[in-house]
Design a protein around this ligand. Sequence first.
Ligand code: HEC
Ligand code: HEC
Ligand code: HEC
Length: 435
Amino acid sequence: MKNRTLRNTVVFIIALGVVVALAVLLGTFRSSSVASQADQPLSPEQMQALIPRGRELALAGDCFGCHSQAQGPMGAGGLSIPTPFGTIFSTNITPDKQYGIGNYTRADYHRVMRDGIAPGNRNLYPAMPFVFSHITTPDDIDALYAYNMSIPAMPVPNKANTGVFVLPVRPFMNFWTLLNFPDRKAPHNEQRSAAWNRGAYLVEGLAHCGSCHSPRNFMMGLEFSRALQGGEIDGVAVPNITAPSLAKRGYDVPSLSAYLATGVSPQGTSFDAMYTVTHFSTSAMNAEDVNAIAVYLLTDASGKLTTPSAPPAPLPQAVSPESGTPLATGRLAYMASCAGCHGLNGEGIPNVSPAMKGNAALAMENPQTLIKVILNGVPTQIFKNGQRMYAMPPFAHRMSDAEVADIVSWIRAEWGGQGTPVTASQVSAQETAVK
Ligand code: HEC
Ligand code: HEC
Ligand code: HEC
């Protein structure tokens, strides 16, 4: 008798589990967050009037940076986004009726931006940052729609995804979204300035800064409770950009705005994944929006703008290292291989190569980014306002791991205020990732 009750209970629990799993798979929990007003089409006059505003928002969202290939037609898609499970390609979002989104209604567009679901109940992968665009206001989505529909239609077919994404896995995204797609609202605080509120709306929404600067869980979902506290791309640390951390590395509103608007600031230049952000997105945005982003990022929890720290003083062990020690060899190697471009005193050369003194890349607690730059170098990058930098050569094949480690240890202690030495094995771990 007892056994039977137990068995029935087990059967019941399994059945319940199956029903819940099916319900999730069928998307039962994914109600639409699109207001019914979006069912009414916009008039051509309304669309026309919204274009300039939509363009600015599209720049903030880097929509066409991600939906275009480097030399490809605007919005025609095809940019590859590697993931641990295969490659996803961005899609054609020009108004082409056959290959693009020419048949999208206003409501279809809202559904993609707010819920990440394309027409035909196609769950989009989170490579499309709908987790962020979700907080965009309906009026702004209308503006994006108007601008998006105004660009030239390009008859370019979409590329086929690879890896697990060739399988019919889209329904399974419903499990992912159930656990990783909170119904966030745009941050709003009456007590704070219009600039802060605008910055919050952009950073936490369309500009999706957290997609690289926030930590992720094992499902690759974002940890919003630790937003902007530092993320990871391909095993390399992405800096913490919360107010205390930025202030510690010397940023204030003018220098952070300059960094975003031009890619160059006293704290260094943007490189790697951040170069694409400053190049395609923030340097093209209007000055008020860039300023708003800087104000928001540099405001601490109590609502005050943080005071920037002065560049760290050289640590005693870096100033006069005993000969033969790693710091002494690092100092010599810097003088031999780096000082020609970055200066004997780390002062850099204006418009040629950035200063090491006060450089934020040296002040990061985690040395990975710094090691990676030295191993890979930086290809020639073009910055706004004629601030041309040249290429930085890669050192992976010119120096031993120990030499790179010594240089990193010394420059961090000399200009970054970081005293923890870096070991050759930390460099070789990074080198494996490079090759
Ligand atoms: C980091 C890259 C990235 C950014 C930034 C991005 N997207 Fe996407 N988007 C994608 C990818 C990848 C897909 C395809 C996802 C899939 O196949 O599930 C996509 C899909 C879409 C779709 C659905 C197209 C279809 O297949 O029907 C639309 C519409 C869209 N994006 C518009 C935008 C707009 C507007 C912005 C700016 C606010 C934007 N995207 C920003 C990567 C991006
Ligand atoms: C031929 C000149 C040259 C040499 C030699 C050189 N660099 Fe660079 N380095 C540059 C340039 C130019 C940049 C900026 C590139 C950009 O952002 O477009 C750069 C960027 C950097 C950065 C990233 C910081 C930032 O703000 O962009 C670090 C760190 C760095 N170099 C360290 C070193 C070290 C250490 C060495 C010696 C092992 C070295 N460099 C040798 C030219 C050089
Ligand atoms: C595609 C990934 C990606 C996105 C999106 C991104 N960043 Fe970055 N960011 C990086 C990486 C990688 C670095 C480190 C390299 C460097 O310093 O240039 C960085 C560096 C920075 C730095 C320099 C910090 C320091 O102290 O060295 C700032 C400031 C910054 N990002 C702000 C932003 C803001 C604001 C946004 C949103 C508008 C944003 N980032 C979006 C990847 C990204």
